[in-house]
Each structure stands twice: as C-alpha cells, then as structure tokens.
Design a protein around this ligand. Structure first.
Ligand code: FAD
Length: 319
C-alpha cells in the first residue's frame, strides 16, 4: 500500500531540550511581494536539531536599548524567566517555521510574511540587514533521546494515510512547502495555498500524484482573507470525498477569539470504512476554524484525521 508516512507516529516520544541559539543574518532575499527569506547563520546552529516537515521554532527579537541582552539564555526554565521580565525588557517572541536547515553549514532559512509594519516580527524583517543578530529557540541536538515518535514542534503526522490534504494561507506556506518536499514519491494528495498576489506563488516540487494549487487573493474574493481557500477546499471535497466515506460528526465548537485553535491528533486513525485521508490545515484562526468545521461536520472526515492549527489571529498580536 502506498503511504504518506514521512514521520513516525509511535508511542515513544523523541525527547529533546529546547535552547536558544545565537544567530545573525547572512542573506536576505525577497520572494515575490510578500515573502522575505532570511538566512541565519552562527556557530551555535551546528547543534540545532533539524526535524524537517512543519518544524516550528521561536524567534526572539531585540528590544530598544537592551537588545537581546535580557533574554534568559541559561537554564531549563527560560520560558518562565522570560515571562517574569518587565514588559519593556522582555524581548518579543514569535513563532516561525524552519523552511530549511543546514546544520553542517550552520544555517537556517525562515520565510517571513511581511504583512505590514505592525508587529515586532514584521517591523524587524522590514529593517533587517546582513549582520543583524537574533536568538532562535529550538531543539538542541546534543540532548536528543531518540524515540519512534515525532519531536516536539513537528505536527504533520499522517501515519499510514494514503491521501493527504494540506491547506493553509501564506503563513503556512513555508510549512506546507517543506512537508510537500518530504512526501514520498507514491503519495497522493491535494495542496491549497492561499497567498496575497500571483507574484507570491513559489516554485514547489511535489510528487506526481500530489496536485498543488496556489490561490492568489487579489483575483478572487475581493481580497478577503481565507475566502479563496475555503471555496477551493469545499469544491475539492465535494468532488473527492464520496458521501458516506465517513460519518459526519458533531463538534464542540472552539472559540477562536478565546481559545488557542490547535488540535493535532497523534496520527492517522482511518479504518476500512473511513477515507484514508489525513488533513493538515493552518493559517488565520477564524478561517481555519471554519475549514475544520466543514471537513469534520460536513465532509465527514474523522476529527482524529484532521490536524488544525491557528497560526495567527486577525486583530490580535501573538502574545
Ligand atoms: C506554528 C507556527 C508557524 C508559523 N510559521 C510562520 C512562518 O514560517 N512565516 C510567517 O510569516 N509566519 C508564520 N507564523 C505566523 C506568525 O507567527 C504570525 O503571523 C505572527 O503574529 C507575526 O508576528 P508579528 O510580530 O509580525 O505580528 P503580531 O505582533 O503577532 O501581530 C500584530 C498584528 O498583525 C496581525 N497579523 C499577524 N500575522 C499576520 C499576517 N500573516 N497577515 C496579516 N496580519 C497579521 C495580527 O492579527 C495583529 O493585529 C507561524 C505561526 C505558528 C503558530
């Protein structure tokens, strides 16, 4: 049987400690209108544990005056120590996907969506210059205790699914591109990526039976965020998922305004009766909530076969 399996879903977790890595900007490339690829380098990155797929890390941005100096770099409980700092000394922290990692060259690429000049991450990337310093918080390869389960920060767990659906907006594009590049050659599936403009469509090599659709907002939906993605997924589902493939499910609604919109089942659970489909969806929380509701309640995909993640919330900073 062909399989989308690219990561283990076993019961023994792979354990690794997260630590901060000092890095500086070595290259900046604008990709289209929206994406800015920043390559970070630094000797400490030799110990970064690159897990691939949708691996997320935290980026720590400097504050005026004290730079990165106040960030608690030592100790296991750096997070609590960081939170206890006074607001004006606390370096902003934001979540990003590792688009590519080359530990042997001590390099990591991050694709930033330059969505304005409104948050610490976008303000930083708009002004970034080669040589600027940043901290990255991620897994430290020196502490790795291998198991057959995925490492923390990687959520794509298709198990033995024979079909995948990947759908997201531009913030999820780095994760989706990285996942697609890792799929085995016999994987079958559909990918939808909504981006702001046609100039943001990026080159992406996918297995033959994985169809990739980039949806440019400028030409659709009067630019409304998530509308093109929602329409495309609905149209796809009505053609691809036969009625009765799975039982429609009642769902406890998630309030995307209050709750963290994040549910990542521990691996594909499909049965003979259910469609052998694993769905991974990420992007703006409100849009993702709607999409997940549609996939589970209307399209009848088992809730345990849908990983959904709110990557950002309209009108709200990350923290
Ligand atoms: C697991 C994970 C992986 C992620 N990977 C990436 C990645 O690889 N690349 C990437 O660019 N982003 C990624 N994101 C999203 C990113 O963390 C958020 O967009 C983050 O809010 C940006 O921080 P900021 O400082 O620019 O804005 P914030 O200070 O967090 O927010 C300021 C304002 O900007 C709005 N805003 C935030 N993001 C967007 C957006 N994309 N478009 C329009 N308005 C926005 C907020 O609603 C708020 O009103 C990821 C998020 C998660 C959880």
């Amino acid at each position: 049987m062909s399989s989308a399996r690219t990561t283990a879903t076993g019961s023994t977790p792979t354990r690794v400690d997260f630590t901060s890595f000092a890095a500086s900007v070595s290259r900046i490339q604008r990709l289209g209108n929206t994406f800015v690829r920043v390559t970070f380098c630094g000797d400490e990155l030799a110990d970064f544990y690159a897990a691939g797929l949708d691996q997320r890390i935290k980026l720590i941005f400097p504050v005026e005056g004290t730079g990165l100096g106040t960030f608690p770099r030592g100790g296991a409980d750096w997070f609590s120590a960081w939170r206890e700092l006074p607001q004006d000394e606390r370096c902003p922290m934001r979540t990003y996907t590792v688009r590519a990692a080359r530990p042997e060259l001590r390099e990591i690429d991050i694709d930033f969506v330059a969505h304005g000049d409104v948050g610490p991450a976008t303000r930083w990337v708009n002004r970034a210059r080669v040589g600027d310093n940043l901290l990255l918080v991620g897994p430290d390869a020196r502490t790795l205790v291998p198991g057959d389960g995925p490492v923390g920060g990687v959520e794509f767990r298709p198990g033995s699914a024979t079909r995948v659906l990947l759908a997201g907006d531009e913030t999820a594009a780095p994760a989706i591109c990285s996942i697609v590049e890792s799929l085995s050659a016999d994987t079958c599936g559909q990918v939808f990526i909504e981006v702001a403009t046609e100039a943001d469509i990026l080159p992406l090599r996918a297995p033959e039976r994985v169809s990739v659709s980039w949806l440019a907002r400028e030409r659709r939906s009067n630019g409304e965020h998530g509308a093109a993605l929602g329409r495309a997924v609905r149209a796809w589902a009505s053609e691809m998922i036969a009625p009765g493939d799975g039982a429609a499910e009642a769902l406890t609604d998630v309030d995307a305004e209050v709750d963290i919109l994040w549910d990542v089942p521990n691996g594909f659970t499909g049965t003979e009766q259910a469609p052998q489909l694993y769905a991974w969806i990420a992007g703006e929380a409100g849009c993702i909530k709607e999409l997940r509701r549609f996939l589970v309640r209307d399209a009848g995909i088992h809730r345990d076969d849908v990983a959904f993640m709110g990557y950002w919330r309209a009108g709200r900073p990350e923290n």
